[in-house]
Write a protein that binds this ligand. Structure first.
Ligand SMILES: *Cc1c(COP(=O)(O)O)cnc(C)c1O
Length: 373
């Protein structure tokens, strides 16, 4: 009998919470004893602390990352029939928010290096009128914000940043979320900063916009029972989630750098192999996911699985090819880099608590896959 080898998971949230168990219990006690469970002091404090961490004037806590995107679009006045420019390789989150407001998705291709919005394609797309641009910082890698922003500003189109995979990433010391008009975050448990359930945040340094999001997240209320803005709903954050996030926020820089160490080890070990590796430049990558690209994806995935290593494909289907579109014109879109990426990307285990023996096992399994070809 061969001794069974432990599975190396893509993520393991138990490891983080084992370390934080005592703090989590403390948080539960504090919140339950307060007798206040939604939009209270914990949420208000988290908003201040998160805004300070990101370097934005304002932060507005919401129920999840998809709501954050949708409310950001609504705050900008994006509505029925309005065009929104965005990429198609980022898991449909941006598209879902555009559909929610009744907008029109204009899909543009990504740049082959980062797999984020290609500035040159943006220039082309903006020959037609657009009401907003959603920029997704994918896998923890920030898009080329200085270029994108100058293009957007020249044409007067506001940018919404999707930072759900990029908490704390920065270019020239300026964090993801502070480049555009609004920055949207998710605290889904597997994100770089995760709650014990759903939660999200919209940051902005435009007080008018952040006030609109603040009203939209609670029925459109300006004051209690006084509705000042249409399109409002309930998208509030729980006190428990806020308190958990406050407890975890100080750990984020250390977790991000641990993720980057893993990614750097992989990059070094795979440098000689015939696969495309993520670029790791400056602080613009916080290694939310470690994603390689190969035309032999099925083979690599299979090898890793046989060696007890979990992988995932983020994301297999371009947004415009999703079945919901049926024969909708979106189906006729074909973006070269996006198509290639969807057929070649594979995510390997990369999280702060990954042990160095596990990193070594992943490395030797990947090597094995490419030696046997
Ligand atoms: C997770 C994620 C979202 C959605 O966040 P939820 O909190 O799950 O609604 C949006 N965009 C990106 C890029 C994400 O990874």
């Amino acid at each position: 009998m061969i001794a069974s080898v432990d599975l190396i998971p893509l993520q393991d949230l138990k490891r983080q919470h084992r370390v934080l168990a005592k703090s989590v219990r403390g948080v539960f006690e504090r919140v339950t004893e307060s007798g206040w469970f939604i939009l209270g002091n914990e949420v208000a404090q988290l908003e201040l602390e998160f805004a300070r961490y990101i370097g934005a004037k304002e932060a507005v806590a919401v129920a999840n990352g998809t709501d954050a995107l949708e409310l950001a679009l609504r705050a900008l006045g994006v509505g029925r029939g309005d065009s929104v420019v965005l990429v198609a390789n980022a898991g449909f989150y941006g598209s879902a928010s555009v559909m929610a407001v009744g907008g029109n998705s204009i899909f543009v291709d990504v740049d082959p290096k980062r797999l984020t919005l290609d500035p040159e394609m943006l220039v082309r797309a903006l020959r037609e009128p657009a009401k907003a641009i959603i920029v997704t910082h994918l896998y923890g890698q920030m898009a080329e914000m200085p270029k994108i922003l100058s293009i957007a500003q020249t044409r007067g189109v506001p940018v919404v940043e999707d930072c759900a995979q990029a908490h704390g990433a920065s270019i020239n010391g300026k964090c993801a979320g502070t480049w555009g008009a609004l920055g949207c975050f998710s605290f889904y448990p597997t994100k770089n900063l995760g709650a014990l359930g759903d939660a999200g945040m919209v940051v902005s340094s435009d007080v008018h916009l952040s006030e609109r999001v603040r009203m939209l997240r609670q029925y459109g209320w300006k004051n209690k029972y006084e509705i000042r803005v249409a399109g409002g709903r309930n998208s509030r954050m729980d006190e428990l989630q806020a308190a958990i996030l406050r407890m975890k926020l100080p750990h984020l820089p250390e977790w991000n750098s641990r993720r980057r160490v893993v990614a750097e080890q992989y990059n070094k070990a795979f440098a000689t192999l015939d696969i495309t590796l993520p670029e790791i430049e400056g602080d613009s990558y916080v290694a939310h996911l470690y994603v390689v690209r190969t035309t032999k994806r099925a083979h690599l995935k299979d090898r890793l699985e046989k060696d007890g290593i979990q992988t995932q494909i983020h994301y297999p289907i371009p947004d415009y090819r999703q079945p919901i579109f049926g024969s909708h014109p979106n189906k006729n879109t074909c973006l070269k880099v996006t198509e290639d990426a969807c057929s070649q990307v594979l995510s390997l285990p990369c999280f702060p608590e990954l042990e160095s023996e596990e990193v070594s096992r992943v490395i030797s399994s990947v090597h094995k896959a490419f030696l046997k070809n």
